[in-house]
Design a protein around this ligand. Structure first.
Ligand code: PLP
Length: 358
């Protein structure tokens, strides 16, 4: 067990503040006691405020991948269209295939964003009743134009919009109700800056109706069952209560900072990293779609990313991320999400400059 902590500049898990870690250590309460429902009831409106929604926001004790699977099992009756342009959207498509749910992929090269007209063209066939979109592709640092994609999906009244917002929620503004996002899910180990193990998921009335129509195909991820318990501020199974204490504290901190200021801080950090990357390297995804929470840098100088990472950890106690999947070695990533600050980012880039002699 290493006793020296490296500060995390990786796209999850992110650095957790001591106050939040402390909240995780709150003495346990019984999940069928009134204190629990009180805690649940406190957290709920805060999550709705964060997501700009009136929808119930369920809390699943699992990482995001579980809820990606759950949303497919609950919300697809006919066929789901997966937008695929990175490792995580590919994972979601794989999930549908393994679950035996009819599905098709709309694929672009990993550095190219999914455009609304591509989605519209696919939906015109009438065979789909759901679209699964990865908002921020963490593997490529690409932010797909979700608001615009949502706009075209609105033209197809029976099509649900399922969104993996894992590396965006809490760092980028997501207007769930205005955009018409039916399922919006995110694990808390990214922009929420909590330890991993809990996933937040808003579910629209339309999605709940679909789940009812589809009928139960899963026990643990059953949205209708979640709703039943949600109404009495509980969860069907024992949840990660430590996470709920921590989430409550962290949501308060987010509102104290101010949501707009929080989103602006993410933009500012992104701009600093991206300006630096353009000066010394190149940015992997196409222009106009760069992520606000993680930058994927093309290794145009052919540096040894392993060697750089090693030096950063051993000599400076900071951790950055290698490329993911098919772009490993060709890229590396710097996350600028959660509770990291502009001085943190400037400090990191200064250290990298010194290490590489830039
Ligand atoms: C991290 C991540 C996931 C996987 O999340 P887990 O919590 O590890 O299951 C899925 N999608 C995106 C976009 C991610 O960034």
């Amino acid at each position: 067990m290493p006793n020296s902590h490296s500060k995390l500049f990786v796209p999850g898990p992110t650095e957790v503040r001591p106050e939040v870690l402390q909240a995780m250590a709150t003495p346990q309460i019984y999940h069928r006691a009134p204190e629990f429902s009180e805690l649940y009831g406190e957290v709920q409106p805060k999550l709705q405020k964060l997501l700009y929604t009136q929808n119930p926001v369920f809390l699943f004790t699992s990482s995001s991948t579980g809820v990606m699977e759950g949303s497919i099992l609950n919300c697809v009756k006919k066929k789901v269209l997966h937008t695929v342009n990175g490792a995580f959207s590919e994972r979601w498509y794989e999930i549908s295939k393994i679950c035996g749910v009819p599905c098709e992929a709309l694929t672009t090269p990993w550095n190219v964003a999914i455009k609304p007209e591509m989605v519209e063209e696919k939906l015109a066939s009438g065979e789909f009743d759901a679209v699964a979109v990865t908002y921020n592709e963490t593997s490529t640092g690409l932010l797909n134009p979700l608001a615009e994609i949502a706009q075209v999906i609105k033209k197809f009244p029976n099509v649900l919009l399922l969104v993996d917002a894992v590396s965006a929620m809490g760092g980028v503004k997501i207007e769930v109700d205005k955009w018409g996002v039916d399922v919006c899910l995110a694990g808390v180990q990214k922009c929420f800056a909590l330890p991993p193990g809990l996933t937040v998921c808003s579910v629209s009335e339309r999605a709940l109706a679909r789940a009812k129509e589809v009928g139960p195909r899963t026990y643990y991820w059953n949205f209708q069952e979640m709703l039943k318990y949600h109404q009495r501020h509980q969860t069907p199974a024992t949840p990660s209560i430590p996470h709920m204490f921590a989430l409550n504290v962290q949501l308060d901190a987010m509102f104290e900072e101010g949501l707009d200021r929080r989103f602006a801080r993410h933009e500012e950090m992104a701009k600093i990293v991206q300006d630096w990357a353009l000066k010394h390297f190149a940015i992997y995804p196409e222009k106009g779609y760069w992520s606000k929470t993680v930058t994927c840098i093309s290794n145009t100088r052919s540096i040894s990313v392993d060697q750089l990472s090693d030096t950063l950890v051993k000599e400076h106690g900071v951790l950055i991320s290698e490329g993911y999947g098919q772009i490993k070695g060709k890229t590396f990533r710097i996350a600028h999400m959660g509770d990291l600050t502009v001085p943190d980012i400037r400090g990191l880039l200064g250290t990298i400059n010194a290490t590489l002699g830039l």
